[in-house]
Design a protein around this ligand. Structure first.
Ligand SMILES: *[C@@H]1O[C@H](CO)[C@@H](O)[C@H](O)[C@H]1NC(C)=O
Length: 217
């Protein structure tokens, strides 16, 4: 293999990637970040104050009204722990496909860590408690509260914390399989919690396959 052939192959691969990334990926998105924000605000206004479980049911049922079977029905059993970027919390997968995921994420007791560098744009709608964010160069914490939306652009990095109880609805749009190594690294190299690893793999794969069968990638 000479350098000429190598550069042709590289050029073709990069062009295909650029085409998929720019033209194909965004057409696979079904979730409208503004619709999600409205659902979160409406649900916060009607769910019984302080009952986060009731809020999860309310949001999930409104999501199913709009997005149908693309949203898994909520239940309290299918949560799983999540360790990533040195932060620990738990999540419930409402939707996962190649280009999007939609989850409840949070912790009852607080956590802190690295956001990860993701090939996806991330929308974080605070449902309960506070998320604190450290942006480079800004010595003050940016504080997000219930009803607020925190957007982390693709490729950007922050330090974040949930100083105590905090839960959020999280939407990611981009290359979801590309986010998985970050999602598994702390498990494989730190916690060695293979029960959680198996659970996460099972629920993620199940959601992705069911989405693909419905023609949603
Ligand atoms: C909170 O809401 C859930 C779901 O509607 C309900 O089962 C539970 O009893 C409520 N908890 C309290 C303390 O009201």
């Amino acid at each position: 293999m000479n350098y000429f052939k190598l550069s042709i192959i590289l050029g073709v691969v990069l062009s295909v990637y650029y085409y998929l990334d720019t033209y194909v990926l965004p057409t696979s998105y079904i979730f409208d970040p503004q619709v999600l924000h409205d659902i979160v605000k409406d649900s916060l206004a009607i769910a019984p104050a302080g009952n986060t479980t009731a809020l999860f049911y309310e949001i999930n049922s409104k999501l199913r009204d709009v997005y149908g079977d693309n949203i898994n029905p909520y239940n309290t059993e299918d949560w799983m722990f999540n360790n990533a970027g040195n932060a620990m919390g738990s999540m419930f997968i409402q939707h996962a496909s190649i280009s999007e995921y939609l989850i409840f994420f949070g912790t009852a007791i607080g956590t802190e860590g690295h956001t990860g560098v993701h090939p996806a744009r991330d929308y974080f709608y605070i449902l309960k408690g506070e998320q604190w964010v450290h942006d480079l160069g800004n010595p003050e914490p940016i504080i997000y509260k219930p009803g607020d939306l925190h957007i982390l652009e693709r490729g950007f990095v922050q330090q974040y914390s949930m100083p105590t109880t905090c839960f959020a609805l999280e939407l990611a749009q981009g290359w979801i399989p590309g986010m998985l190594p970050f999602g598994f690294a702390d498990t494989l190299f730190s916690t060695l919690d293979f029960g959680t690893f198996a659970r996460t793999t099972y629920f993620t794969a199940k959601a992705m396959v069911e989405s693909a069968i419905r023609g949603k990638f």
